[in-house]
Write a protein that binds this ligand. Structure first.
Ligand code: MG
Length: 159
C-alpha cells in the first residue's frame, strides 16, 4: 500500500537577520513572520505527511491561536506527524521539496538541509531532494515579500 501527500506553505518576510529553512538557520537581512519559527519548508513537508495520512493540516493540530506553539521549533510538528506515520506501520519512501524565493540563495545550504531532513525524519539521504526555484521576479516571491514551499512525499507499508 502507498499513500501520497502534497504540502504547500507561504510565510512573509519581517524585520530580522535570519530565516530557518528545513531546520537550517540562514543568515539574511530579513526573517520570516509566523506564530512558530516560520520554517516554511518544514511546514510544507509536515502538511504533505498529514495529507498522505488523511489527517487534515498543520493548523488543525498546531493552531496559531495556541500560545503553546508560539515560536515553537517546527521540528516538533514534523516529529509528531512522523509518529503518526509509524503508528500506522508506514514509512517514508521519499521526500521531494521545493523552496520558492528570489533570496536568500538556497543552493549553498542544500546539502545541509538534506542532511538535517535525513536526521529529523529520519530517512536515508539519497531519498531526499531539496530543490530551489524563483518565480522570475513575478508575484510575491518575485517581489521578495516572502518564501513559499511545496512538498510531495510518498509513504509505504513497513515490511
Ligand atoms: Mg506555515
Amino acid at each position: 500500500m502507498f499513500r501520497i501527500g502534497t504540502g504547500f506553505d507561504v510565510h512573509a518576510f519581517k524585520a530580522g537577520n535570519s530565516v530557518k529553512l528545513c531546520g537550517v538557520k540562514i543568515p539574511f537581512h530579513r526573517s520570516l513572520a509566523g506564530h512558530s519559527d516560520a520554517d516554511v519548508a518544514l511546514h510544507a513537508l509536515t502538511d504533505a505527511i498529514l495529507g498522505a495520512l488523511a489527517l487534515g493540516d498543520i493548523g488543525l493540530h498546531f493552531p496559531d491561536s495556541d500560545m503553546k506553539w508560539k515560536e515553537a521549533d517546527s521540528a516538533i510538528f514534523l516529529n509528531w506527524s512522523m509518529e503518526q506515520v509509524k503508528k500506522r506501520n508506514l514509512e517514508l519512501s521519499n521526500i521531494d521539496l521545493t523552496i520558492i524565493c528570489e533570496k536568500p540563495k538556497i543552493s549553498i545550504y542544500r546539502e545541509q538541509m538534506k542532511q538535517n531532513l535525513s536526521k529529523l525524519c529520519p530517512l536515508e539521504y539519497d531519498k531526499i531532494n531539496v530543490k530551489a526555484t524563483t518565480t522570475e521576479r513575478l508575484g510575491f516571491t518575485g517581489r521578495e515579500e516572502g518564501i513559499a514551499s511545496i512538498c510531495s512525499i510518498l509513504l509505504h507499508e513497513t515490511d
